[in-house]
Design a protein around this ligand. Structure first.
Ligand code: ADP
Length: 396
């Protein structure tokens, strides 16, 4: 079975083709992508031509499904067929996810036209949070706002789900790994009587960052709320901000709402704090050369990560494993060390040598006696989308 995963950005189209064999074997057959895309129909044609040339897919008949990592749908989540209902749901929340929803809605429509008969599947980034307790999803807003959709949704669901599954495997909990694998088909099935609980905090730190607490493989809460620009400071997006700041700067700096929105989504986060750039490598290099704003940006990022880890540590009543994933989490031992500093009394201690040696690969970085084990697990969101796509089309 060949499953194509399409990653649609506002001006980019990236793809990965997976082949699923017997007994769960999966191979990445091809990957590629295009920048500065203005016509998704053309990009799809180019992608299929590349796959044909590579000898992987002769025609759309050799393609058994296409998966999309859609972000936020109005009144819709989970892993579902990417049909008119999905397009309407994306459209219904395009104001909240303006960089993500319109390209996915358009891209899915082009795939429908170009590949009639090939099943299309949407895995929403919010899907992993379907079982978060209601109290952790609510803002204290008037009921009408809540009914209009103003609540905490949570994002990076594919990434945190992968961490839930993989960390359970690394901790020898095949029961929980299986529970997570089947989550979107079976819901949160009860654990066997007497099974020990498993508490994991997953830190997806990248261009966009979020931290999720998970009990027995299922999210109990996350740092991102209504939109993917909340929670930790993002690369150039603001993260958490007191709502009073928006009317204040509109009145005192004379900014229009559109300009405030632009600055919050393009000129804030690590870029806004540091004045250097939105890539952590540049911020860190500047900090090492003595740039105080760059150092402050790193400190704010670390402080915010610790704030959310602390929140879930308390909510979970402890933590069996802390996991770092994504570009920053996988490649920056110094940041991991800063985030884990002074937690010995809470039972978490890094092995400094293991931590500094590990970049871009899976491994354990906690000290031998650490009650909370600490892992790096490289992000693998496309694989999650491919697997869920296959499960969704096979279930019918
Ligand atoms: P996205 O959210 O765009 O998928 P990534 O997960 O690729 O982002 O993370 C991008 C961030 O990770 C950037 O801030 C970058 O500085 C950091 N990063 C990526 N690779 C490295 C590396 N080899 N060393 C240090 N930082 C890295």
């Amino acid at each position: 079975m060949n499953i194509l995963v399409a990653n649609l950005g506002s001006t980019s189209f990236k793809f990965r083709l997976f082949r699923f064999g017997g007994a769960g074997a999966v191979t990445l057959l091809a990957k590629g992508g295009y920048e500065r895309v203005t016509d998704y129909g053309q990009a799809i044609d180019d992608c299929l031509a590349e796959l044909r040339a590579g000898g992987h897919v002769q025609s759309s008949a050799d393609l058994h499904g296409v998966g999309f990592k859609t972000v936020l749908g109005r009144n819709l989540t989970g892993c579902v067929r990417a049909d008119a209902r999905v397009i309407a749901a994306l459209d219904g929340f395009k104001e909240i996810a303006p960089a993500h929803n319109p390209p996915y809605a358009l891209g899915i429509q082009r795939f429908q036209e170009k590949l009639p008969g090939v099943p299309l599947v949407a895995l929403f980034e919010t899907a992993f949070y379907q079982w978060v307790p209601e109290a952790a999803t609510r803002y204290a807003v008037p009921q009408a706002w809540h009914e209009a959709g103003v609540r905490r949704y949570g994002f990076h669901g594919a990434s945190h789900k992968f961490v839930a599954e993989r960390s359970a495997e690394l901790l020898g909990r095949a029961d929980i790994a299986e529970r997570v694998r089947q989550l979107y088909q079976n819901g949160p099935v009860p654990l066997a009587a007497g099974a020990r609980p498993l508490r994991v905090i997953s830190c997806h730190l990248g261009g966009s960052s979020s931290i999720t607490g998970m009990r027995d493989g299922i999210a109990i809460g996350t740092s991102m709320g209504l939109s993917p620009q909340s929670g930790l400071p993002q690369n150039n997006r603001v993260g958490d901000l007191d709502s009073a700041a928006v009317p204040f700067v509109m009145k005192t700096l004379g900014l229009s709402l559109a300009e405030v929105e632009r600055q919050m989504t393009k000129e804030s986060g690590l870029l806004g704090l540091s004045g250097v750039g939105n890539d952590l490598r540049d911020v860190r290099a500047a900090a090492q050369q003595g740039n105080a704003r760059a150092q402050l940006a790193l400190d704010v990022f670390v402080q915010s990560a610790r704030h959310w880890i602390g929140a879930f540590l308390l909510e979970l009543g402890g933590c069996d494993a802390l996991v770092f994933t994504a570009g920053i989490g996988e490649n920056n031992p110094d940041l991991r060390a800063a985030i884990c500093a002074n937690l010995g009394d809470l039972g978490l201690q890094l092995d400094a040598a293991k931590n500094s040696a590990l970049r871009g690969a899976e491994g354990e970085i906690s000290a031998a006696g650490s009650r909370t084990r600490v892992f790096v697990i490289p992000a693998n969101e496309e694989l999650v989308v491919a697997r869920e796509t296959l499960r969704c089309i096979s279930a019918r």
